[in-house]
Design a protein around this ligand. Sequence first.
Ligand SMILES: [Zn+2]
Length: 194
Amino acid sequence: MAPDDGAGPADYDGARYPDARPASGFAGVPDGFGRLWTPHRIAYIESGAPPSATGCVFCDAPARNDEDALIVHRGALAYALLNLFPYNRGHLLVCPYRHVAMYDEATPEETAEIAAITQTAMRVVVAVSHPHGFNIGMNQGAVAGAGISAHLHQHLVPRWAGDANFFPIIAETKAVPVLLGEARRLLAEAWPAT
Ligand SMILES: [Zn+2]
């Protein structure tokens, strides 16, 4: 290997990328870690949770347009949207429109539609992104892990072999390799017409 002359690798093209400089031009203390640069995430991190008009994001969402609210499908009594804080690509939430907290407060009609939307969502996610399995379920009450305990929502989390890594365990961070707007569009377009 040739000694580093500070000019960067042979394929470094200073003419095409005049703002690019080889890393050897910066000061720093190397360590054993790789770096994953995801600058597009800063908008998401800085924005935090969306402001709420009603005090409940799941009551607010249906009043917004599908793109802004990340809604994938609107049913008669329930709807499906992407989780703004996904565990995985295509992490969907299925909610009744009505503001009820607990599963046994949902009417039989709401329960049936939540179930039907969940089944359709499984088929749509399989068609779009080929997961190997799913976690499906509801956290009931803050003590059970519900982030928004006041409004019932069913999680549908696609799983791929090897998708769990050290990130969520040691850093409370999840790498999600697709932008939410793009994920919403793909799922909404694949949703069967009713
Ligand atoms: Zn609500």
